[in-house]
Design a protein around this ligand. Structure first.
Ligand code: ZN
Length: 165
């Protein structure tokens, strides 16, 4: 369960494609996005957001917080802060790869080098899928453990683009 950003992401060394799909956890789950898409959130017909980190019947789940101005949602498969897999073409080590989200729009992708990742996350890097970008710098954002929460009933929520507040 995650979102997919369809986008070729180039290796900074050999300039070949490292991944063409980035799997990330932010917003309404299980949607496919392209660059410049607005992030959707599950909301009720009256446009109230369903609470994040709560499963609802029918696979409805919001992850994260739509009020964050700027953030990086990391690839949760191979290029997380915990994995930092090598480039499949040139074998050089690549830091985490993420989707850059500004005001609920996916504006870019980013490759963060291994030194920055290690400095930011220290030994806690494996659990972190998200980085807030603030005026004070990058702040790791750890999601609560939502995996054990039982389903609730919320049949009418749909993924939608929230109005700018
Ligand atoms: Zn490469």
């Amino acid at each position: 369960m995650s979102n997919i950003l369809v986008n070729d992401i180039e290796c900074p060394w050999c300039h070949k494609t490292v991944i063409n799909k980035l799997f990330f956890n932010w917003g309404a789950m299980d949607l496919v996005y392209y660059l410049n898409d607005r992030v959707k959130w599950y909301a009720r017909p009256d446009k109230t957001l369903i609470p994040s980190y709560t499963y609802y019947k029918g696979g409805i789940l919001n992850l994260g917080n739509p009020s964050f101005d700027k953030l990086i949602a990391f690839d949760i498969l191979d290029y997380t802060p915990g994995n930092q897999s090598p480039c499949p073409n040139c074998d050089k080590r690549i830091g985490a790869i993420g989707a850059v989200i500004k005001n609920n729009q996916i504006t870019d992708t980013i490759i963060m080098n291994t030194e920055i990742i290690w400095d930011l996350f220290k030994e806690n890097h494996c659990d972190c899928t998200t980085l807030r970008i603030t005026e004070e710098g990058y702040i790791p954002y750890y999601m609560p453990d939502y995996s054990k929460i039982p389903d609730k009933q919320e049949p009418f929520a749909k993924p939608m683009i929230l109005e700018d507040s």
